[in-house]
Write a protein that binds this ligand. Structure first.
Ligand code: KDG
Length: 320
């Protein structure tokens, strides 16, 4: 039995030292990065019993990812693949800084995780979890994974008290908006809590209106228990049982924005799992996200005390 189970790909993230360009650098920093493990790390660091499920080559690179995630308190359930026949995904990241955008280059085709079938996963553990989380990246990675995502979400729904949480996480380098929309809408009936960036709701799901209207439209059409719309610098909005909650962002000096959304979700889920209401969870997730922005790497290396301090002392409070 665990509080949170997540499932998805984690890659090796390779990035040049601050201010250097991928084109010229001689040094690449290596870290684990992937939306679902990022959420697990943020939640684990905030006191949640979190398990991350995936498939990796049984090589030093696969083991490296696992030991990094475990060092943050995440438990792992890994399908180990023959290293002669499989690989780990990598992504190269040159963080953007005004006026230059972030450069991301994926090298992840045919990674071990893309062959994961439901029979390889601990469906019982998924059914017994309080929350099962995956994101829109997972079904985008292969047809096999799209089918597996559907099956594991169905297994989670079979759990007596498992809440399924899905972040759209649309990635334009993986598929087109039309492909993503079709897949997302087929998964929605199995999802209790939808998290989505406002821009993805507009451009991928082709919805219109202000953030509360977007959330209401999705909840009405697909029966979500909760919809959280994240709005970048404009904060976030959640709709739960007909009630709208709004949250501003907390100030942060940004060192690395990658993983901000995952830290938000990790914080949101931690607060919910610890008995907090939706408004408090938005506040806590938002504070976790602001702390993440100050940290290099995908992972939110944060503590509950730091998140509480942001909530208590920083401007950007809640407007309910
Ligand atoms: O949310 C952070 C992720 O975007 C990053 O870890 C890389 O998983 C990744 C992806 O597919 O974009």
């Amino acid at each position: 039995m665990s509080d949170l189970v997540t499932f998805g790909e984690t890659m090796l993230r390779l990035s040049p030292p601050h201010g250097e360009r991928l084109e010229r650098t001689r040094t690449l920093d290596v870290q684990a990065g992937g939306a679902e493990s990022n959420v697990a790390v943020a939640a684990a660091r905030l006191g949640v019993d979190a398990v991350w499920l995936s498939k990796l080559p049984d090589s030093s690179l696969g083991r490296r990812v696992v030991s990094e995630l475990r060092s943050h308190g995440v438990r792992t359930g890994i399908v180990w693949d023959d290293p002669a026949e499989s690989r780990i995904g990598t992504y190269y990241l040159e963080p953007g800084t005004e006026p230059r955008g972030t450069d991301v280059i994926y090298d992840r085709a045919d990674a071990a995780v893309t062959t994961t079938v439901p029979e390889e996963l601990p469906l019982g553990a998924i059914r017994n979890s309080d929350v099962f989380y995956t994101s829109g990246i997972t079904p985008a990675l292969s047809e096999t994974l799209a089918a597996t995502t559907e099956r594991v979400l169905a297994a989670a729904q079979d759990g007596e008290s498992t809440t399924t949480v899905f972040d759209l996480n649309y990635r334009s380098k993986l598929w087109s908006p039309a492909e993503a929309r079709e897949e997302f809408e087929s998964l929605f009936p199995a999802i209790d809590v939808l998290v989505a960036a406002e821009r993805d709701v507009r451009s991928v799901l082709e919805r219109e209106g202000d953030a509360p209207e977007l959330a209401r439209g999705l909840a009405d059409d697909f029966g979500f228990e909760t919809v959280v719309v994240t709005r970048g610098e404009n904060g976030s909005v959640a709709l739960n049982e007909g009630q709208v909650f709004e949250q501003d962002v907390y100030r942060a000096e940004t060192v690395d924005a990658i993983g901000t959304g995952d830290a938000f979700v990790g914080g949101f889920l931690a607060k919910r799992l610890h008995g907090g209401g939706v408004g408090e969870a938005l506040e806590y997730g938002s504070a976790a996200a602001s702390l993440k922005r100050t940290i290099n790497g995908d992972l939110a290396v944060i503590s509950p005390e730091e998140v509480d301090a942001v909530v208590e002392h920083e401007a950007g409070g809640i407007s309910r």
